[in-house]
Write a new protein. Structure first.
Lengths: 798, 165
């Protein structure tokens, strides 16, 4: 099911005897997972471990009048009942803002709400018992008296005078606003031959990791040390936050992330119940486990993507895009989310809209408003799916008005492949992209003329199919520009430590972890090639702040590009050190030696001189035989931070082929294609699977997923039965092809691949639906594109 | 409320005699009382399929069956499936196709696929897609899972027809 030409001509090798990088080898970590031998947080049991459950606000906004814990406290097995004041005594509140988002504001937030709860699902009281069942039983006997307060639940009216201000001390419900203007937008629109506009709506949705958020906090008073087993993407970030909020030394906190059952950005944030669970573990001096149930997941996992955007595009008769203009309104929660903030998503929309194109004029207005709904933050794609849908929706509208074929219109307007490095109209710096090549590739990949012919024939028969395209850029390999410059202590660099074992094996400890993407697999591939050993000789260790180098972890599609480069550099350095040892043992010039396939060889003849197992034996057990003054250094660490650009962008194009039933409004996805350029592809199978999984998540947002609220801020669909996600029966087969434009900012040349699928899929599906609806002069711009919305657009229901 | 009932059952071929609370779900019993953590909890209301196990040979949602309902019956989990080797080809295909990412859905997905392989050896690709539509996977987008199951269907059909594969 893969594209005929899956990979372009090979890139120059980065290792002398490259056998794994660029090859679709299965990842070693998969075997234990198919045998049921994973180790997820809920699988771990510690001695004297207790369980915490939370009483959460049942309404969007309320004053906590009284908490009567006596009955709950008397229930069997209950060890403690704690409220916000109990926890606040040892855990400091936080305000989630970033210095580089000028004017951004938020209110102090506590681990458990004090006096007032501001969204349905905000944790208020913690009940700890010997078992989860006992804690849940006791929860039924907790008596909380609360008084409902008026709530701000609609972003369109969040700033209106009659809407209650959630945090009066902030003055209004405006979290952040930003304006960007290149200066000539009005002039561009005035001289345009064609102007098209639309209002786009994006439904609030969430990540629905199959494994809920979970952790075990273990405070050992004897050593004054906190260990947290956490289903998380950024262990060092959490170590820093736990240390700071609880006033502990960094060295007193250890965060361990073993198997993580899906993350997608949901598990890269610091949730109030993360801190509350640590607090109750410290107060009780015993390990405490928290595992969210599914309703808690829907009301307390971060939400994302609730935007309303008015967009306009100006184009000339000749077919040149002259300008884009957007006005973005987005509703977040009552607090900006800690520590990455809830303003990044909107900020990204401003930065990314129009991204693939060479227009010079752009104006954007962004308003981020507080609501009494679940807090929002970064979820896979972060702003990209929104910016891409707005951009590509407007591009299709302009092309249609001009009578241009949508693919030809894109070819004409993308930034040419020979124009890099350059900057986009929003000011983003672009190192090297391949839009033209990707568009050429998709044209042949989908056999566009044949599809168009099929579409025309079927239209005659009353079958309405549509072809939709979406060109995109994706931000990957971030430098410190994302968070560090704004004051957030989230590492932009990552590190790898690599050690030759006495038997010739290699152990690699990396600060980027694994949540299923295959990070550990590609690190093993890179390490094997860099050192010169077989891949089955490599063991990769991640997810433990006591063990790995310090680093940022998994987010913003940085695992392969940042973590992979650190592994490559560490592996190459270890190989050099191995050669130094070999030269000392063999009394040869180091320049005559190389490491190949688990042995030191003679470069000139290729003859094997010494297996690495023998070199390890001598270095570790018989150093007395080595020359005086020479010490083998068979463990090395290298770090890497991408410092050449704020971000290394990738690009790609997707195509969707759908059939719309104009009687029922149902959309059948027939097929989906993606051509992507993530630079050097370390493992084509894993990149394909990242693309497919991400595309399906994007399709979820486009067609099914939405957190539905009533006017009072009550979530109406907080269960998996009511909140729809893509299931296998509705999903199309997805063909993936690659173009490789390696980044010059690293030796490996890899860029990120985890989010581009989600970025482009909603736009491609939307454009395909609207392409199918074109004969009816109907179009939809409000995601998710439910049958009801499509029938409304067709005028079949009112 | 935690009065217990004695139950006798076979779990992965081993006879077990346990006291369980009448309200305890089968999957909680397997995970908490027997330490069989290969079955996972995703939703606890029968939607996601992560807790799928076999009860007397038929797949059930471990979160919708009570442990007491397994009294006198036989339960198989992913651990037992692995030890028996009965689905080694399927597990190999999952690894080869990267038909799992985070792995949380995988044991339930394997259980569902095993029943398909056994009861519908002639299933088409479309039927495979429909069959596993009762199991959530949030990572893969399903295609690799469908590919893996189809690979095994084809291989088993070929083997049954006496054709080497």
């Amino acid at each position: 099911m893969n594209a005929p030409e899956r990979l372009p001509a090979a890139l120059p090798d980065v290792a002398a005897d490259q056998r794994y990088i660029g090859v679709a080898v299965p990842r070693p970590g998969a075997r234990r997972l198919v045998e049921g031998r994973g180790s997820y947080v809920d699988d771990i049991r510690l001695p004297r471990m207790a369980h915490v459950v939370y009483w959460r606000s049942p309404v969007a906004h309320c004053r906590i009048v009284r908490i009567d814990r006596d009955y709950a406290r008397l229930m069997p097995g209950v060890l403690g009942v704690f409220d916000g004041a109990d926890v606040a005594r040892i855990c400091a509140p936080w305000v989630a803002t970033l210095g580089h988002l000028a004017g951004m504001k938020s209110a102090p937030q506590h681990a458990l709400a004090l006096e007032r709860a501001c969204w349905q699902g905000e944790p208020v009281v913690a009940i700890v018992a010997e078992t989860r069942v006992q804690a849940e039983d006791a929860l039924q006997y907790l008596q909380v008296e609360w008084e409902a307060l008026p709530a701000a639940t609609h972003m369109e009216t969040a700033l209106a005078a009659e809407t209650p201000v959630i945090h009066p001390e902030l003055g209004d419900n405006l979290c952040f606003t930003r304006a960007l203007d290149t200066g000539g937008v009005d002039d561009a629109f005035a001289r345009a031959d064609v102007v098209a506009e639309a209002t786009f709506h994006f439904g609030r949705h969430t990540g629905v990791t199959l494994e809920p958020r979970c952790q075990i906090a273990d405070w050992n008073p004897g050593e004054q040390r906190l260990t947290v087993y956490h289903s998380q993407q950024a262990p060092h970030m959490m170590q820093d936050l736990y240390a700071r909020q609880f006033g502990l030394a960094e060295s007193a906190v250890r965060v361990i992330c073993k198997d993580v059952g899906g993350s997608f950005g949901i598990k890269v944030h610091a949730y109030p119940d993360d801190f509350a669970t640590v607090a109750v573990a410290m107060l009780l001096k015993r390990p405490v486990k928290f595992v969210a149930d599914r309703l808690e997941s829907f009301t307390s996992d971060i939400h994302a993507r609730e935007h309303r955007i008015h967009g306009r595009i100006a184009a000339s008769k000749a077919g040149d895009i002259l300008a884009f203009e957007i006005d973005d309104l987005t509703g977040i929660g009552p607090y900006s989310m800690f520590p990455r903030t809830s303003a990044i998503e909107g900020n990204q929309v401003v930065n990314l809209t129009g991204g693939p194109y060479k227009h010079q004029q752009y104006r954007a207005q962004l308003k981020v408003v507080f609501l009494n709904k679940t807090p929002t933050c970064q979820y896979r794609g972060v702003g990209h799916p929104i910016a891409c849908a707005v951009t590509e929706g407007l591009v299709d509208l302009a092309a249609a008005k001009l009578g241009f074929d949508p693919l030809a219109f894109r070819q004409r307007n993308v930034i040419p492949d020979d124009a890099y490095p350059t900057s986009g109209a929003s000011g983003i710096r672009l190192e090297g992209l391949s839009h033209e090549e990707c568009l050429r590739r998709i044209d042949t990949l989908i056999d566009y003329p044949a599809l168009l012919a099929e579409q025309a024939v079927l239209r005659e028969q009353g079958v309405h199919r549509g072809i939709g395209f979406a060109a995109l850029i994706e931000l990957t390999n971030p430098g410190a520009a994302f968070y560090g410059v704004g004051g957030a202590r989230i590492a932009a660099q990552d590190g790898a430590t690599i050690r030759l074992e006495p038997t010739g094996g290699v152990t690699v400890m990396v600060s980027v972890g694994e949540q299923g993407q295959g990070s550990e697999g590609i690190f093993a591939q890179i390490a094997a090639d860099a050192v010169g050993v077989a891949m089955d000789k490599v063991r990769v260790v991640t997810g433990d702040t006591d063990v790995t180098p310090y680093g940022g972890g998994t987010w913003a599609s940085r695992g392969a590009g940042i973590g992979g480069e650190a592994v490559l550099q560490a592996g190459l350095a270890l190989q050099q050190n191995i050669l130094r040892v070999a030269a000392a043992i063999l009394q040869r010039d180091i320049a005559e030696l190389a490491v190949r396939r688990d042995a030191v060889i003679d470069m000139a003849t290729g003859a094997s001189l010494m297996p690495l197992a023998e070199l390890g034996r001598v270095a570790y057990f018989r150093p007395d035989t080595l020359p005086p003054g020479f010490t083998p250094e068979l463990m090395v660490t290298r770090h890497y931070a991408q410092r050449d650009y704020p971000f290394i962008f990738t690009n790609g194009v997707q195509a969707s082929y759908v059939e719309v039933d104009t009687e029922t409004g149902f959309v059948k996805l027939l097929k989906h294609w993606a051509v992507e350029d993530c630079g050097r592809v370390v493992n084509p199978m894993l990149v394909d699977e990242q693309m497919r999984g991400a595309i399906v998540q994007g399709i979820g947002g486009a067609l099914y997923e939405e957190c539905l609220y009533d006017d009072h801020g009550q979530l109406l669909n907080g269960s998996m039965a009511d909140y729809l996600v893509p299931m296998s029966g509705e999903m199309p087969d997805i063909v993936v092809a690659h173009v490789q434009t390696p980044t010059k900012s690293s030796q490996l040349g890899a860029k990120g691949a985890g989010e581009a699928g989600t970025a482009g899929a909603p736009a491609a599906v939307m454009n395909a639906i609207n392409n199918a609806l074109r004969p009816f002069d109907a179009a939809v711009f409000s995601q998710p594109f439910t049958p009801e919305k499509i029938l409304r657009a067709l005028g079949k229901v009112t | 409320m935690d009065d217990t009932r004695a139950i006798h059952l076979h779990v992965n071929g081993e006879h077990r005699h346990c006291d369980v609370a009448p309200r305890q779900h089968l999957v909680d019993f397997l995970r908490e009382d027997l330490g069989l953590t290969g079955s996972h909890l995703g939703c606890e209301h029968g939607v996601c399929g992560a807790c799928t196990v076999r009860l007397d040979g038929q797949i059930v949602r471990g979160c919708l069956v009570l442990a007491v309902q397994a009294d006198g019956r036989s339960v198989e989990t992913v651990e037992g499936l692995t030890d028996s080797g009965a689905a080694r080809d399927l597990q190999d295909a999952f690894v080869a196709r990267n038909a799992l990412q985070c792995g949380y859905c995988t044991s339930g997905m394997l259980m569902a696929a095993v029943e398909l392989l056994e009861t519908r050896p002639d299933a088409t690709r479309e039927e495979v897609r429909v069959w596993i539509s009762g199991n959530y996977c949030r990572c893969t987008g399903y295609q690799a899972i469908v590919d893996a199951i189809c690979d095994v269907l084809a291989a088993r059909r070929s083997a049954a027809a006496g054709v080497s594969v």
